[in-house]
Design a protein around this ligand. Structure first.
Ligand code: HEM
Ligand SMILES: *[C@@H]1O[C@H](CO)[C@@H](O)[C@H](O)[C@H]1NC(C)=O
Ligand SMILES: *[C@@H]1O[C@H](CO)[C@@H](O)[C@H](O)[C@H]1NC(C)=O
Ligand SMILES: CC(=O)N[C@H]1CO[C@H](CO)[C@@H](O)[C@@H]1O
Length: 358
Protein backbone atom coordinates (compact mmCIF):
# COMPACT_ATOMS: atom_id res chain seq x y z
CA UNK A 1 0.00 0.00 0.00
CA UNK A 2 2.71 2.44 1.03
CA UNK A 3 4.55 1.86 -2.21
CA UNK A 4 1.49 2.33 -4.37
CA UNK A 5 0.57 5.53 -2.55
CA UNK A 6 4.06 6.81 -3.18
CA UNK A 7 3.54 6.09 -6.89
CA UNK A 8 0.32 8.10 -6.89
CA UNK A 9 2.04 11.00 -5.16
CA UNK A 10 4.72 11.07 -7.81
CA UNK A 11 2.13 10.86 -10.59
CA UNK A 12 0.19 13.67 -8.95
CA UNK A 13 3.27 15.84 -8.89
CA UNK A 14 3.94 15.03 -12.52
CA UNK A 15 0.36 16.05 -13.37
CA UNK A 16 0.68 19.29 -11.49
CA UNK A 17 4.09 19.95 -12.99
CA UNK A 18 2.78 19.55 -16.53
CA UNK A 19 -0.24 21.72 -15.90
CA UNK A 20 1.85 24.48 -14.36
CA UNK A 21 4.72 24.37 -16.83
CA UNK A 22 2.50 24.27 -19.89
CA UNK A 23 0.38 27.16 -18.82
CA UNK A 24 3.39 29.26 -17.82
CA UNK A 25 5.54 28.88 -20.86
CA UNK A 26 3.24 28.42 -23.82
CA UNK A 27 1.35 31.09 -25.69
CA UNK A 28 -0.78 30.76 -28.82
CA UNK A 29 -2.33 27.54 -30.04
CA UNK A 30 -0.54 25.01 -32.17
CA UNK A 31 -2.57 24.50 -35.33
CA UNK A 32 -4.33 21.27 -36.16
CA UNK A 33 -2.78 19.32 -39.04
CA UNK A 34 -3.93 16.59 -41.39
CA UNK A 35 -0.86 14.41 -40.75
CA UNK A 36 -0.68 14.84 -36.97
CA UNK A 37 -0.50 11.08 -36.30
CA UNK A 38 1.44 10.13 -39.46
CA UNK A 39 4.49 9.01 -37.44
CA UNK A 40 2.95 8.11 -34.09
CA UNK A 41 -0.17 6.22 -35.19
CA UNK A 42 -0.23 5.81 -38.97
CA UNK A 43 -3.30 3.53 -38.95
CA UNK A 44 -5.52 5.78 -36.87
CA UNK A 45 -7.95 6.55 -39.71
CA UNK A 46 -8.31 2.89 -40.70
CA UNK A 47 -8.93 1.80 -37.12
CA UNK A 48 -11.66 4.39 -36.60
CA UNK A 49 -13.25 3.61 -39.97
CA UNK A 50 -13.39 -0.11 -39.27
CA UNK A 51 -15.10 0.37 -35.91
CA UNK A 52 -17.54 2.89 -37.36
CA UNK A 53 -18.39 0.53 -40.21
CA UNK A 54 -19.33 -2.17 -37.69
CA UNK A 55 -21.33 0.27 -35.59
CA UNK A 56 -23.31 1.84 -38.44
CA UNK A 57 -23.86 -1.45 -40.25
CA UNK A 58 -25.40 -2.98 -37.14
CA UNK A 59 -27.50 0.13 -36.40
CA UNK A 60 -27.68 3.14 -38.77
CA UNK A 61 -28.78 5.43 -35.95
CA UNK A 62 -25.32 5.03 -34.44
CA UNK A 63 -24.17 7.45 -37.15
CA UNK A 64 -26.57 10.06 -35.82
CA UNK A 65 -25.48 9.48 -32.22
CA UNK A 66 -21.83 10.07 -33.03
CA UNK A 67 -22.39 13.19 -35.16
CA UNK A 68 -24.45 14.76 -32.39
CA UNK A 69 -21.87 13.82 -29.74
CA UNK A 70 -19.21 15.68 -31.69
CA UNK A 71 -21.44 18.76 -32.00
CA UNK A 72 -22.24 18.77 -28.29
CA UNK A 73 -18.56 18.30 -27.46
CA UNK A 74 -17.42 21.27 -29.56
CA UNK A 75 -20.03 23.75 -28.27
CA UNK A 76 -18.83 23.32 -24.67
CA UNK A 77 -15.18 24.38 -24.02
CA UNK A 78 -14.30 23.58 -27.64
CA UNK A 79 -13.72 20.12 -29.13
CA UNK A 80 -11.88 18.61 -26.20
CA UNK A 81 -13.71 15.39 -25.38
CA UNK A 82 -15.34 17.05 -22.34
CA UNK A 83 -18.70 15.53 -23.29
CA UNK A 84 -17.27 12.04 -22.80
CA UNK A 85 -16.31 12.45 -19.14
CA UNK A 86 -18.45 10.58 -16.62
CA UNK A 87 -19.50 12.25 -13.39
CA UNK A 88 -17.20 11.48 -10.46
CA UNK A 89 -16.86 12.82 -6.93
CA UNK A 90 -14.38 15.41 -8.15
CA UNK A 91 -16.01 16.25 -11.49
CA UNK A 92 -19.50 17.25 -12.57
CA UNK A 93 -19.72 16.22 -16.19
CA UNK A 94 -21.93 17.42 -19.07
CA UNK A 95 -24.00 14.29 -19.57
CA UNK A 96 -26.79 15.38 -17.23
CA UNK A 97 -27.16 18.89 -18.70
CA UNK A 98 -30.65 19.68 -19.96
CA UNK A 99 -30.01 19.08 -23.68
CA UNK A 100 -27.98 15.93 -23.04
CA UNK A 101 -29.78 13.94 -20.37
CA UNK A 102 -31.79 10.91 -21.59
CA UNK A 103 -30.82 11.97 -25.08
CA UNK A 104 -27.13 11.72 -25.90
CA UNK A 105 -26.01 8.23 -26.83
CA UNK A 106 -23.15 6.48 -28.60
CA UNK A 107 -20.58 6.66 -25.81
CA UNK A 108 -19.90 2.94 -26.05
CA UNK A 109 -18.95 3.28 -29.71
CA UNK A 110 -16.28 5.80 -28.75
CA UNK A 111 -15.09 3.49 -25.94
CA UNK A 112 -14.71 0.69 -28.44
CA UNK A 113 -12.69 2.82 -30.86
CA UNK A 114 -10.51 4.05 -27.99
CA UNK A 115 -9.81 0.47 -26.89
CA UNK A 116 -8.72 -0.51 -30.39
CA UNK A 117 -6.48 2.52 -30.64
CA UNK A 118 -4.95 1.87 -27.22
CA UNK A 119 -3.80 -1.52 -28.47
CA UNK A 120 -2.63 -0.07 -31.79
CA UNK A 121 -0.74 2.94 -30.37
CA UNK A 122 -1.17 3.40 -26.61
CA UNK A 123 -1.54 6.90 -25.20
CA UNK A 124 -1.32 8.66 -28.56
CA UNK A 125 -4.74 9.52 -30.02
CA UNK A 126 -6.94 11.93 -28.06
CA UNK A 127 -10.61 11.16 -27.48
CA UNK A 128 -11.46 14.57 -28.96
CA UNK A 129 -9.75 13.58 -32.23
CA UNK A 130 -11.42 10.15 -32.17
CA UNK A 131 -14.82 11.82 -31.94
CA UNK A 132 -13.98 14.20 -34.80
CA UNK A 133 -12.84 11.40 -37.13
CA UNK A 134 -15.75 9.17 -36.10
CA UNK A 135 -18.27 11.92 -36.89
CA UNK A 136 -16.79 12.35 -40.37
CA UNK A 137 -16.93 8.58 -40.95
CA UNK A 138 -20.50 8.42 -39.63
CA UNK A 139 -21.59 10.94 -42.25
CA UNK A 140 -19.89 9.08 -45.11
CA UNK A 141 -21.29 5.72 -44.00
CA UNK A 142 -24.88 6.94 -44.34
CA UNK A 143 -24.31 8.50 -47.75
CA UNK A 144 -22.99 11.97 -46.89
CA UNK A 145 -19.91 13.88 -48.07
CA UNK A 146 -16.24 13.21 -47.31
CA UNK A 147 -13.87 15.82 -45.92
CA UNK A 148 -10.35 15.73 -44.52
CA UNK A 149 -10.12 16.03 -40.77
CA UNK A 150 -7.48 18.30 -39.17
CA UNK A 151 -6.08 16.58 -36.04
CA UNK A 152 -4.06 17.31 -32.92
CA UNK A 153 -6.71 18.12 -30.30
CA UNK A 154 -6.04 17.39 -26.64
CA UNK A 155 -8.53 16.01 -24.12
CA UNK A 156 -9.71 18.32 -21.40
CA UNK A 157 -9.13 17.75 -17.71
CA UNK A 158 -12.39 19.58 -17.02
CA UNK A 159 -15.99 19.59 -18.17
CA UNK A 160 -18.71 22.20 -17.76
CA UNK A 161 -22.24 21.29 -16.78
CA UNK A 162 -23.07 25.02 -16.72
CA UNK A 163 -21.77 25.76 -20.23
CA UNK A 164 -23.53 22.64 -21.51
CA UNK A 165 -26.78 24.14 -20.22
CA UNK A 166 -26.17 27.59 -21.68
CA UNK A 167 -24.26 27.02 -24.96
CA UNK A 168 -26.25 24.18 -26.51
CA UNK A 169 -29.30 25.13 -28.57
CA UNK A 170 -32.64 23.49 -27.80
CA UNK A 171 -35.65 22.43 -29.80
CA UNK A 172 -38.07 25.19 -28.88
CA UNK A 173 -35.62 28.04 -28.98
CA UNK A 174 -36.20 30.94 -31.38
CA UNK A 175 -34.12 31.52 -34.50
CA UNK A 176 -32.20 34.57 -33.29
CA UNK A 177 -31.23 32.91 -30.04
CA UNK A 178 -29.96 29.86 -31.92
CA UNK A 179 -28.03 31.95 -34.44
CA UNK A 180 -26.42 33.90 -31.62
CA UNK A 181 -25.22 30.65 -30.05
CA UNK A 182 -23.52 29.71 -33.32
CA UNK A 183 -22.03 33.19 -33.79
CA UNK A 184 -20.66 32.96 -30.25
CA UNK A 185 -18.72 29.87 -31.38
CA UNK A 186 -17.36 31.65 -34.44
CA UNK A 187 -19.86 29.98 -36.79
CA UNK A 188 -21.88 31.98 -39.32
CA UNK A 189 -25.55 31.97 -40.29
CA UNK A 190 -24.55 29.83 -43.28
CA UNK A 191 -22.85 27.34 -40.94
CA UNK A 192 -25.97 27.28 -38.75
CA UNK A 193 -28.23 26.32 -41.66
CA UNK A 194 -25.81 23.83 -43.24
CA UNK A 195 -25.03 22.10 -39.92
CA UNK A 196 -28.72 21.89 -39.04
CA UNK A 197 -28.87 19.69 -42.14
CA UNK A 198 -27.42 16.95 -39.89
CA UNK A 199 -31.06 16.43 -38.87
CA UNK A 200 -31.42 14.59 -42.18
CA UNK A 201 -30.48 11.58 -40.02
CA UNK A 202 -31.52 10.58 -36.52
CA UNK A 203 -34.52 10.81 -34.26
CA UNK A 204 -36.16 13.25 -31.86
CA UNK A 205 -38.10 12.44 -28.69
CA UNK A 206 -41.67 13.50 -28.10
CA UNK A 207 -40.77 16.08 -25.46
CA UNK A 208 -38.74 17.93 -28.09
CA UNK A 209 -41.43 18.14 -30.77
CA UNK A 210 -44.68 18.27 -28.79
CA UNK A 211 -44.79 22.06 -28.68
CA UNK A 212 -44.32 22.16 -32.44
CA UNK A 213 -46.95 19.58 -33.46
CA UNK A 214 -49.63 21.07 -31.20
CA UNK A 215 -48.39 24.58 -32.03
CA UNK A 216 -47.66 26.03 -35.44
CA UNK A 217 -47.22 22.79 -37.43
CA UNK A 218 -50.64 23.15 -39.07
CA UNK A 219 -49.96 26.80 -39.87
CA UNK A 220 -46.65 26.12 -41.65
CA UNK A 221 -47.70 22.93 -43.47
CA UNK A 222 -50.44 22.33 -46.02
CA UNK A 223 -53.29 20.65 -44.15
CA UNK A 224 -55.33 20.41 -47.37
CA UNK A 225 -52.76 17.95 -48.61
CA UNK A 226 -53.81 14.47 -47.39
CA UNK A 227 -50.18 13.32 -47.10
CA UNK A 228 -49.31 16.26 -44.90
CA UNK A 229 -52.48 15.72 -42.86
CA UNK A 230 -51.75 12.06 -42.25
CA UNK A 231 -48.18 12.98 -41.31
CA UNK A 232 -49.22 15.30 -38.52
CA UNK A 233 -51.76 12.73 -37.35
CA UNK A 234 -48.98 10.18 -37.16
CA UNK A 235 -46.77 12.56 -35.17
CA UNK A 236 -49.61 13.27 -32.76
CA UNK A 237 -50.26 9.58 -32.20
CA UNK A 238 -46.58 9.05 -31.41
CA UNK A 239 -46.66 12.04 -29.09
CA UNK A 240 -49.99 12.73 -27.34
CA UNK A 241 -50.57 16.26 -26.08
CA UNK A 242 -50.89 15.29 -22.43
CA UNK A 243 -49.25 12.75 -20.16
CA UNK A 244 -45.71 11.69 -19.60
CA UNK A 245 -46.02 8.13 -20.88
CA UNK A 246 -44.85 8.92 -24.41
CA UNK A 247 -41.95 11.21 -23.43
CA UNK A 248 -39.37 8.89 -24.95
CA UNK A 249 -41.39 7.93 -28.02
CA UNK A 250 -39.33 8.92 -31.05
CA UNK A 251 -39.74 9.98 -34.65
CA UNK A 252 -37.30 10.62 -37.50
CA UNK A 253 -36.49 14.27 -38.17
CA UNK A 254 -36.39 13.43 -41.90
CA UNK A 255 -39.41 11.21 -42.46
CA UNK A 256 -38.66 10.58 -46.16
CA UNK A 257 -35.14 9.11 -45.97
CA UNK A 258 -34.42 8.87 -42.22
CA UNK A 259 -31.32 6.72 -42.55
CA UNK A 260 -29.76 8.52 -45.51
CA UNK A 261 -27.62 11.63 -45.37
CA UNK A 262 -29.15 13.71 -48.17
CA UNK A 263 -30.84 17.10 -48.56
CA UNK A 264 -34.41 15.92 -48.00
CA UNK A 265 -34.41 17.71 -44.61
CA UNK A 266 -34.46 21.00 -46.52
CA UNK A 267 -37.37 19.78 -48.66
CA UNK A 268 -39.27 19.00 -45.47
CA UNK A 269 -38.69 22.53 -44.22
CA UNK A 270 -40.00 23.93 -47.52
CA UNK A 271 -43.16 21.85 -47.09
CA UNK A 272 -43.47 23.34 -43.61
CA UNK A 273 -43.08 19.90 -42.03
CA UNK A 274 -39.96 20.39 -39.92
CA UNK A 275 -40.26 18.28 -36.76
CA UNK A 276 -38.52 20.64 -34.36
CA UNK A 277 -39.50 24.27 -33.96
CA UNK A 278 -35.81 25.17 -34.35
CA UNK A 279 -35.76 23.39 -37.72
CA UNK A 280 -38.88 24.99 -39.17
CA UNK A 281 -37.87 28.48 -38.05
CA UNK A 282 -34.92 28.38 -40.45
CA UNK A 283 -37.48 28.54 -43.25
CA UNK A 284 -40.60 30.07 -41.71
CA UNK A 285 -39.41 32.69 -39.26
CA UNK A 286 -40.20 36.24 -40.32
CA UNK A 287 -36.76 37.13 -39.06
CA UNK A 288 -35.08 34.53 -41.24
CA UNK A 289 -34.75 36.01 -44.73
CA UNK A 290 -31.16 34.85 -45.01
CA UNK A 291 -31.78 31.40 -43.53
CA UNK A 292 -34.82 30.88 -45.77
CA UNK A 293 -32.74 31.62 -48.87
CA UNK A 294 -30.13 29.10 -47.69
CA UNK A 295 -32.77 26.42 -47.07
CA UNK A 296 -34.03 26.91 -50.63
CA UNK A 297 -30.52 26.77 -52.00
CA UNK A 298 -29.66 23.48 -50.24
CA UNK A 299 -33.02 21.97 -51.22
CA UNK A 300 -32.34 22.81 -54.87
CA UNK A 301 -28.66 21.94 -54.93
CA UNK A 302 -27.55 18.84 -52.96
CA UNK A 303 -23.91 19.33 -53.94
CA UNK A 304 -23.89 22.89 -52.58
CA UNK A 305 -25.26 21.46 -49.31
CA UNK A 306 -22.61 18.72 -49.18
CA UNK A 307 -19.83 21.21 -49.90
CA UNK A 308 -21.00 23.68 -47.25
CA UNK A 309 -21.70 20.93 -44.71
CA UNK A 310 -18.12 19.64 -45.10
CA UNK A 311 -16.62 23.12 -44.69
CA UNK A 312 -18.85 23.87 -41.72
CA UNK A 313 -17.94 20.57 -40.02
CA UNK A 314 -14.26 21.47 -40.29
CA UNK A 315 -15.06 24.85 -38.74
CA UNK A 316 -17.06 23.13 -35.99
CA UNK A 317 -14.09 20.84 -35.35
CA UNK A 318 -11.77 23.84 -35.18
CA UNK A 319 -13.46 25.31 -32.14
CA UNK A 320 -10.78 25.09 -29.50
CA UNK A 321 -10.34 25.92 -25.93
CA UNK A 322 -6.82 27.27 -25.58
CA UNK A 323 -6.67 25.74 -22.09
CA UNK A 324 -7.10 22.21 -23.34
CA UNK A 325 -4.12 22.57 -25.65
CA UNK A 326 -1.79 23.23 -22.74
CA UNK A 327 -3.38 21.62 -19.72
CA UNK A 328 -4.90 18.95 -21.92
CA UNK A 329 -3.88 15.33 -22.06
CA UNK A 330 -4.49 12.17 -24.03
CA UNK A 331 -6.86 10.08 -21.94
CA UNK A 332 -6.48 6.31 -21.67
CA UNK A 333 -10.19 5.92 -21.07
CA UNK A 334 -12.39 8.57 -22.67
CA UNK A 335 -14.67 8.66 -19.62
CA UNK A 336 -11.92 9.47 -17.08
CA UNK A 337 -9.26 12.13 -16.77
CA UNK A 338 -5.77 10.72 -16.36
CA UNK A 339 -5.01 12.97 -13.45
CA UNK A 340 -8.37 12.28 -11.85
CA UNK A 341 -7.41 8.65 -11.40
CA UNK A 342 -4.58 9.93 -9.27
CA UNK A 343 -6.65 12.52 -7.46
CA UNK A 344 -9.44 10.10 -6.63
CA UNK A 345 -7.09 7.47 -5.22
CA UNK A 346 -5.29 10.08 -3.17
CA UNK A 347 -8.51 11.56 -1.86
CA UNK A 348 -9.47 8.20 -0.43
CA UNK A 349 -6.36 7.96 1.71
CA UNK A 350 -4.97 11.46 1.97
CA UNK A 351 -7.70 14.01 1.99
CA UNK A 352 -5.79 16.43 4.23
CA UNK A 353 -2.64 16.26 2.16
CA UNK A 354 -4.74 16.87 -0.96
CA UNK A 355 -6.64 19.78 0.54
CA UNK A 356 -3.30 21.55 0.92
CA UNK A 357 -2.63 20.85 -2.74
CA UNK A 358 -5.90 22.13 -4.19
C1 HEM B 1 -29.41 24.39 -34.81
C2 HEM B 1 -29.62 24.06 -33.57
C3 HEM B 1 -29.92 22.66 -33.13
C4 HEM B 1 -30.91 22.29 -32.28
C5 HEM B 1 -31.90 23.21 -31.59
C6 HEM B 1 -30.85 20.85 -32.17
C7 HEM B 1 -31.69 20.11 -31.37
C8 HEM B 1 -31.81 18.75 -31.43
C9 HEM B 1 -32.81 17.98 -30.73
C10 HEM B 1 -33.85 18.55 -29.78
C11 HEM B 1 -32.64 16.69 -31.08
C12 HEM B 1 -33.46 15.50 -30.60
C13 HEM B 1 -32.89 14.97 -29.32
C14 HEM B 1 -33.83 14.07 -28.59
O1 HEM B 1 -35.03 14.22 -28.73
O2 HEM B 1 -33.35 13.20 -27.84
C15 HEM B 1 -31.53 16.62 -31.99
C16 HEM B 1 -31.06 15.47 -32.57
C17 HEM B 1 -29.95 15.43 -33.38
N1 HEM B 1 -29.12 16.48 -33.68
FE1 HEM B 1 -29.49 18.43 -33.36
N2 HEM B 1 -29.85 20.37 -32.94
C18 HEM B 1 -29.23 21.43 -33.54
C19 HEM B 1 -28.13 21.37 -34.38
C20 HEM B 1 -27.45 20.22 -34.68
C21 HEM B 1 -26.15 20.17 -35.31
C22 HEM B 1 -25.31 21.39 -35.68
C23 HEM B 1 -25.83 18.86 -35.46
C24 HEM B 1 -24.60 18.24 -36.04
C25 HEM B 1 -23.81 18.80 -36.89
C26 HEM B 1 -26.95 18.09 -34.94
C27 HEM B 1 -27.05 16.73 -34.97
C28 HEM B 1 -28.12 16.02 -34.49
C29 HEM B 1 -28.35 14.60 -34.75
C30 HEM B 1 -27.50 13.72 -35.66
C31 HEM B 1 -29.49 14.24 -34.05
C32 HEM B 1 -30.14 12.86 -33.97
C33 HEM B 1 -29.66 12.12 -32.75
C34 HEM B 1 -30.39 10.83 -32.49
O3 HEM B 1 -30.79 10.12 -33.43
O4 HEM B 1 -30.54 10.51 -31.31
N3 HEM B 1 -27.89 18.95 -34.45
N4 HEM B 1 -31.03 17.89 -32.18
C1 LIG C 1 -9.24 24.79 -39.35
O1 LIG C 1 -7.99 24.67 -38.75
C2 LIG C 1 -6.93 24.33 -39.64
C3 LIG C 1 -5.68 24.10 -38.84
O2 LIG C 1 -5.66 24.79 -37.65
C4 LIG C 1 -6.77 25.42 -40.67
O3 LIG C 1 -5.76 25.06 -41.57
C5 LIG C 1 -8.08 25.62 -41.41
O4 LIG C 1 -7.98 26.72 -42.28
C6 LIG C 1 -9.23 25.84 -40.45
N1 LIG C 1 -10.43 25.78 -41.22
C7 LIG C 1 -11.48 26.56 -40.98
C8 LIG C 1 -12.62 26.38 -41.89
O5 LIG C 1 -11.51 27.36 -40.07
C1 LIG D 1 -45.71 5.70 -28.82
O1 LIG D 1 -45.85 5.68 -30.23
C2 LIG D 1 -46.59 4.60 -30.76
C3 LIG D 1 -46.59 4.72 -32.26
O2 LIG D 1 -45.29 4.64 -32.74
C4 LIG D 1 -48.01 4.64 -30.23
O3 LIG D 1 -48.74 3.54 -30.71
C5 LIG D 1 -47.96 4.64 -28.73
O4 LIG D 1 -49.29 4.81 -28.24
C6 LIG D 1 -47.08 5.78 -28.22
N1 LIG D 1 -46.98 5.68 -26.78
C7 LIG D 1 -47.71 6.45 -25.97
C8 LIG D 1 -47.52 6.22 -24.52
O5 LIG D 1 -48.42 7.34 -26.40
C1 LIG E 1 -5.53 4.02 5.42
C2 LIG E 1 -6.42 3.77 4.25
O1 LIG E 1 -7.50 4.33 4.17
N1 LIG E 1 -5.94 2.94 3.33
C3 LIG E 1 -6.66 2.65 2.13
C4 LIG E 1 -6.02 3.32 0.92
O2 LIG E 1 -6.70 2.99 -0.24
C5 LIG E 1 -6.78 1.61 -0.54
C6 LIG E 1 -7.54 1.47 -1.84
O3 LIG E 1 -7.01 2.32 -2.80
C7 LIG E 1 -7.46 0.86 0.60
O4 LIG E 1 -7.44 -0.51 0.32
C8 LIG E 1 -6.75 1.15 1.89
O5 LIG E 1 -7.46 0.54 2.95
Amino acid sequence: MAISNRVYEVMMMVCVFFVVSYSLFETGEPPLTLDYYAKTCPNVLQVVRKEMECAVLSEPRNAAFVVRLHFHDCFVQGCDGSILLDDTITLKGEKKASNNIHSLKGFRIIDRIKNSLESECPGIVSCADILTIAARDAVILVGGPYWEVPLGRKDSTTASYELANTNLPSANEGLLSIISKFLYQGLSVTDTVALSGAHTIGMARCENFRERIYGDFEATSDTNNPISKSYIEKLRSICPQVGKAAENNITAMDNVTPELFDNSYFHMLMRGEGVLKSDQELYSSLLGMETKALVKKYAADPLAFFQQFSDSMVKLGNITNSDSFFTGEVRKNCRLRLCSLVITKLTLNRSIYLAAFL
